[in-house]
Design a protein around this ligand. Structure first.
Ligand SMILES: [Zn+2]
Length: 394
């Protein structure tokens, strides 16, 4: 790894101590202990354990979680054990009633550490409904008034959701314009999941590199012509992103194209309103040339957000994918695999989500300044520093 081109030093000496305290303390509350400038490491270690003190000093935001309102305390314990200051709950409710119910619980128990999004509000009405766009916009508006900080659109749009004639509704269907326009008007970001890994369009057999995952989730197999082609779905997504430059989009799962980072970089350059989270795709991007991928993260350091797809219900956790309920020790291993990937230059190590493929990954030891943007600064700018009424718990 070329360390001379982009040294991973913390330029702590150039930042006044008071400002550091402000940065560390302003947005947090939480488990982070502000770290004094002189105590901060000048360079992160190859040992993720040794980086723990630094990580405790940065208010890490996981922008991609799915947290049940009946699992708030369980989630807080996992967050405390794994350096997560705040988490975005992308699936807090698909209408005002659900959102209000969730908000009440997260406000009461969440200690200001959960950021709630309204999800898939278009599912409340048939697309043929007269005034469909206006009705969906009204739901988004009401949810934002109740405290939602963003909109999540799942892969249901573009893959599963159908009109009365049984045809899949396109992501760029004009009837959805009201929803996107509401997001521009309300100044809320949109986390959007469109498509899935290439292997999901291939036959489900031993030769499929995602066989383990598809065997557990047979409804994720999109081959055989019954679903729109993957490339077509990505085109529809880009049409919407291009049509709504005032809406800030976060393409989940590494911009919805983790197998082709060049394409994601192309989208970043072409559409200043397109960003990406890394949720559940470290296994994918970890297969890329690490030097090249590191360069992409450095070049587009303002556009990539940390997320894990951490899912919590009273029954347990789901880590990125898979039905098996892991132990707390495995949860720690899952987060540790993320820290290792972003903070070290380890080669051919285990990735966070075994079910997503039987291969090893190469890590990309990002410069500290880039890590801080990835771990929380980009999320603060894109999600929190907006005109919304405030996240749950505040
Ligand atoms: Zn997710």
């Amino acid at each position: 790894m070329d360390r001379t081109a982009a040294p991973r030093t913390v330029r702590s000496s150039s930042i006044p101590c008071a400002m550091l305290l402000l940065l560390a303390g302003a947005s947090t509350s939480v488990l982070s202990t502000p770290v004094l400038a002189e105590e901060r490491p000048r360079e992160l270690s190859e040992d993720i354990g040794a980086n723990a003190a630094w990580r405790r000093g940065v208010p890490i935001i996981d922008v991609h979680g799915h947290i049940g309102a009946d699992a708030v305390e369980k989630t807080l314990a996992a967050m405390d054990a794994n350096f997560i200051s705040r988490i975005v709950n992308l699936t807090a409710g698909k209408n005002a009633e659900e959102l209000a119910r969730a908000k009440k619980v997260f406000d009461a128990l969440g200690k200001g550490r959960f950021i709630l999004y309204v999800n898939d509000p278009y599912l409340n009405f048939p697309v043929e409904d007269p005034g469909f766009g206006k009705k969906v916009a009204a739901v988004v508006e009401e949810c934002v008034r109740l405290g939602a900080r963003g909109l999540k659109v799942s892969k249901t749009l573009g893959l599963y959701w159908k009109d009365k004639a049984g045809k899949v509704v396109r992501i760029d269907d004009p009837r959805l314009e009201g929803m996107w326009e509401a997001c521009a008007r309300l100044d809320i970001p949109v986390s959007i999941h469109s498509g899935d890994p290439k292997a999901f369009w291939l036959p489900v057999d031993e030769k499929n590199e995602r066989y383990d995952e598809l065997r557990d989730h047979p409804n994720w197999a999109f081959g055989g012509g019954a679903f729109p082609p993957r490339e077509e779905i990505l085109r529809q997504l880009e049409n919407v992103v291009a049509r709504h430059p005032k809406v800030t989009f976060v393409g989940v799962h590494f911009g919805n194209d983790p197998e082709d980072p060049d394409h994601v970089a192309h989208l970043f350059r072409k559409h200043p309103n397109y960003n990406a989270d890394v949720a559940a795709r470290v296994p994918e991007i970890g297969r890329q040339d690490p030097a090249k991928l590191r360069k992409l993260f450095v070049e587009h350091q303002d556009r990539i957000l940390f997320g894990t797809d951490f899912m919590v219900s009273p029954a347990g956790y789901i880590l990125g994918a898979g039905p098996r309920l892991p132990s707390e020790a495995e949860v720690k291993k899952y987060f540790d695999a993320h820290w290792r990937f972003f903070e070290t230059s380890a080669r051919q190590v285990e990735h966070p989500t075994h079910i997503q493929g039987r291969w090893k990954i190469d890590c990309i030891d990002l410069p500290v300044e880039v890590l801080e943007k990835l771990y929380y600064k980009n999320a603060e700018r894109i999600i929190l520093k907006r005109s919304g009424p405030g996240e749950a718990g505040k």
